[in-house]
Design a binder for this molecule. Structure first.
Ligand SMILES: Cc1ncc(COP(=O)(O)O)c(C=O)c1O
Length: 406
């Protein structure tokens, strides 16, 4: 007989984990202020103040707030010089937007496999993927864990190409004591519902580079030049501006984001320390990482240490205990978009994405990745202890009574 909840036992936990996003009094007040100001778009105080403060918080000179992270990616790629037929190097283990923004810029996503320890793009494999058409490298700080930006910048410098950080998941993450986002050419963030700072939808671009930011301004604002006339459009740009209501939801979060980060750091540390099984290993980070954003708590499930019980059975057992772990991304190159839309994106014809195989991405995505979302790290001591207890209960069963999973 098993005491696992999956087989009728008592679950470790029935209560939900802290709900995200959270509604605060500060947001209500700010929303009302913005509403009454009757300036709900560009020029709103809420937007300009948020841009200034988010830049400050992230150690960047400039910020442009946008309507989404995806749009911010497109704007940043265009401003980084990416144009039709260019190649952009990205990891295949990320959200689709990283690749679709490249396609939307009429460019070709070139995948480079990931590092099994961090799930981030493997810098030692990047140089082999560079061709004369490569215009940019776009590392993703996956789950809020910084990619090896120093190595990536060295390669980019050698080949004179841009580095756009996809920091959509990395609010507050630090590299060498400096926040991510403006560590290279420029970087983007997302404020979509699940993110560690959320406005339901929204995004931002950060940079220290005047020329890059001026180009971003034009691409995000209908092709207008900064300081130019309203009806003067020199390039094709979209309207990717943020709504002032979204900025009003974000502005007060700058007062709570650090406290939330401290709570997540603390709970993450407890989990890291408690998880000592060789079969369930939290991801590592690079030496120069001084802080992770903990957007996702990512682990590797190694079935070999658990009598080869497949990961999906582990998920079912954990979910029944009240802790929702799951697999997360598939390798992006398997998505239908890559081989299915060659009429619309003719440059995709040059590459057979479905024939591709990146062994580490496949090992992680198909067999090993375990995800726990950031709100699980926002609880109190007893919430975190429940997560540890659920892991331990399931691990014990995997080790000692694997036959029950048959
Ligand atoms: C890595 C990554 N890049 C880009 C995006 C796109 O952001 P958004 O959903 O705000 O368009 C997301 C978020 O969903 C993401 O996780």
């Amino acid at each position: 007989m098993s005491d696992l909840a999956l087989f009728g036992g008592k679950p470790v936990r029935k209560d939900p984990f802290p709900v995200w996003p959270r509604v605060t009094a500060g947001q209500k007040e700010q929303l009302l202020d913005t509403l009454e100001s009757a300036t709900w778009g560009i020029g709103s105080d809420a937007i300009t103040t948020f841009e200034d403060r988010f830049a400050d918080f992230h150690d960047a000179k400039y910020c442009i707030a946008t309507s989404s992270g995806t749009n911010a990616l497109w704007v940043a790629l265009k401003a980084g010089g990416v144009t039709t037929g260019d190649e952009v190097i990205i990891p295949p283990y990320t959200f689709i937007a990283t690749a679709s923004a490249v396609l939307m810029a009429n460019a070709i996503p070139v995948f480079v496999d990931i590092d099994p320890d961090t799930f981030n793009i493997n810098p030692t494999l990047i140089e082999k993927a560079i061709t004369e058409r490569t215009k940019a490298i776009m590392p993703v700080h996956i789950g809020g864990n910084p990619a090896d930006i120093d190595s990536i910048k060295d390669i980019a410098k050698k080949h004179d190409i841009s580095v756009i950080e996809d920091a959509a998941q990395a609010h507050g993450a630090e590299w060498g004591g400096v926040k991510v986002g403006a560590l290279a050419t420029g970087g983007i963030f997302s404020f979509q519902s699940s993110k560690n700072m959320s406005a339901g939808e929204g995004g931002a671009i950060l940079s220290n580079n005047d020329e890059f930011m001026d180009a971003c301004f034009a691409y995000y604002n209908c092709g207008r030049q900064r300081g130019g006339d309203w009806y003067e459009h020199q390039i094709v740009g979209g309207n990717h501006r943020i709504n002032a209501m979204a900025a009003s939801l974000l502005l007060p979060q700058l007062q709570t984001v650090v406290e939330d980060m401290n709570i997540r750091d603390n709970n993450r540390k407890k989990l890291d320390e408690a998880l000592t099984s060789e079969g369930l290993v939290p991801t590592g980070s690079y030496e120069r990482t001084t802080r992770k954003a903990n957007h996702l708590y990512l682990l590797r499930y190694k079935a070999g240490h658990f009598n080869n019980v497949p990961r999906e059975k582990f998920f079912k057992a954990m979910q029944a205990e009240g802790v929702f772990t799951y697999a997360g991304y598939k390798p992006l190159y398997r998505e239908k978009v890559f081989n299915g839309q060659t009429d619309e994106f003719p440059w995709l014809k040059e590459v057979d994405y479905h024939e591709m195989s990146y062994p580490v991405t496949e090992l992680i995505a198909d067999q090993q990745s375990v995800w726990l979302t950031q709100n699980h790290l926002l609880g109190n001591e007893s919430d975190t202890q429940d997560i540890i207890d659920a892991f331990e209960k399931v691990i014990t069963a995997l080790k000692h009574t694997p036959e029950i999973f048959n």
